[in-house]
Design a protein around this ligand. Structure first.
Ligand code: ZN
Length: 162
């Protein structure tokens, strides 16, 4: 038997599966992204050799080398076009905007964001707008990992958040 559900949330749930990826918006792409986390996780890390590494506060080799630290934020959501479950990592300036919307609407969950790059580079600044707020069903929440699960699976640790 196929899947059965009630309500229009099916538009967002359709093909949502158990696997997930990190969201990396490409230049020119417009991502239609539905936040499924009620709040973000944050950590401090170092951008080194093309990837974000979690700062290992006391014994951090990158701190020892003087590599700059930054605060990063993580939310889990779905790409509404592909139905792919994604984790999204972003910096303080985007987090300020997401925070303002979360305060206005009561939670991060259900924020329907439009995410795109400002320029032609994969490193160009992210432009993020909140298009609307959608109802997110319990069944969708139960099908996606939590921000902590995503963080743990990616970085292999849980007790290192500052
Ligand atoms: Zn460090």
């Amino acid at each position: 038997m196929g899947e059965v559900g009630s309500g229009f949330a099916g538009f967002d749930e359709g093909r949502v599966g158990p696997s997930w990826h990190w969201l990396h918006p490409r230049p020119g792409e417009v991502v239609d992204w539905l936040v499924v986390s009620s709040e973000p996780l944050w950590f401090t890390g170092h951008f080194q050799a093309g990837r974000m590494m979690v700062c290992n506060t006391n014994l951090c080799s990158m701190c020892a080398l003087g590599v700059g630290k930054q605060r990063r934020w993580v939310l889990v959501g779905i790409d509404r076009k592909s139905k792919e479950v994604q984790a999204w990592e972003f910096g303080d300036s985007v987090a300020e905007k997401v925070r303002a919307w979360a305060e206005k609407y009561g939670s991060c969950i259900g924020l329907n964001l439009e995410i795109r790059r400002a320029g032609d580079s994969v490193h160009s600044k992210l432009l993020v707008e909140c298009m609307e707020v959608r109802k997110v069903s319990e069944s969708l929440v139960s099908r996606v990992p939590t921000v902590m699960e995503v963080f743990t699976l990616t970085f292999g640790l849980t007790s290192n958040t500052p």
